[in-house]
Design a protein around this ligand. Sequence first.
Ligand code: G6P
Ligand code: MN
Length: 441
Amino acid sequence: MKTFNVCIVGGGSTYTLGFLKSFVRLKEEFPLKRLVLFDIDKERQEPIGKYGEILFGERFPELDFVYTQDAKEAYEGMDFVFMQMRAGGLQMRAKDEHIPLGMGMIGQETCGAGGMSYGLRSCVDMIKSIHEIRTYAPDAWILNYSNPAAIVAEALRREFPDDKRILNICDQPENVVRSCSRLLGCNWEDLDPVYFGLNHFGWFTHMYDVHTGEDLLPKIREMIKERGFLPQDAEQRDQSWLDTYGMVQTIMADFPDYLPNTYDQYYLYPEYKASHLNPDFTRADEVMAGREKRVFTECAEVIKEGKLGDRFHAISDAHAEMMIKVAEAIAYNRNDRHILIVENNGAIANMQDDAMVEVVCELGINGPRPMRVGRIPQFYLGLLVNQVSCEKLIVDAYFENSYQKALEAFTLSRLVNDAKKARKLLDALIEANKGMWPELR
Ligand code: G6P
Ligand code: MN
């Protein structure tokens, strides 16, 4: 049986433990030969690496497992590179969230000014990393879910136009499908969605039952109206995520046609959201106080005890399992359906060809084959054209070192929407991102 070599870039991420456990759980269906964790932050990665050594020693001793800061050692011979880097770390995520919110605008990891701030940092680091990967692993599949995925995808499209083995992906559409399955009491894999949008800004137009062909969206709409909406793994989520899923009920009351991606809340209710978020304690703070502590505490305990004990079953790994399934679809040419970020080229008929859109694709060894959704209604088109323009302008700002383009991107964002505010916010973020952004002139 073929075995695979996988590298995770961003080995020190709080998501890595989920991957390590999932690679053990899925070792029959996606058998690894070599697994490498790569991170430029040695201190962060080390406890996770040591945890991995103990875990694999117990449950996957034949695996060649390494953690390193050396690019050559990390990338050579890889079949798949999973990219989950966080340019600037959680400290900078906090700034992306705090600074706009302090001025009364949404501060969010991927949406609005916060997303553009993170986007410029990610353009710098992602492009550099992918050049490095291509030096040592010219044919590896690069599965990118580093954020902000929309902006990163647009930047990679321009920097690597002929590279057909870079795949941009986000787990949130699948998370929403899973939430629907919780509501309906079915298996999420029994649901076959139709979806359109941009990354973190999209809608489900249908949700078919794979067994009967029935479109369950009308039923889902009624159920959400009556009961609200919860993440599939609600019991393990922080309050802010429960609030976010709760907003789906509000969105559907105002715009009942489709089922929204949870991120739509920021674009549709920017004032309401900004006034209900605490500028001194945002999601970044919640992550640092919660998930990050839990992960590194677990590592410390396992390292101290020298064994995993019953911790193996402790974490749900929807995210890791989805990314591994995506790799499997490619590796085994399965043509499975996944919602992916791809160049539009007619998938959404009335949107520009060179927009990076998020739609259902069939995925196999030759990459994604997007499924067409036809023309979308004017309301949705208007929202998406506005947002895709922000994304393109901020990537222009990166490639052209252009302050003007960045100002246009900020001004156009629904979450800023005013040129004076945009300039003030942009100037503050330039200051905060010194050394991590390209120089804007
Ligand atoms: C979802 C999104 C990711 C995002 C994550 C943030 O999974 O698809 O793009 O990074 O949520 O979650 P967090 O728990 O860090 O706020
Ligand atoms: Mn995402």
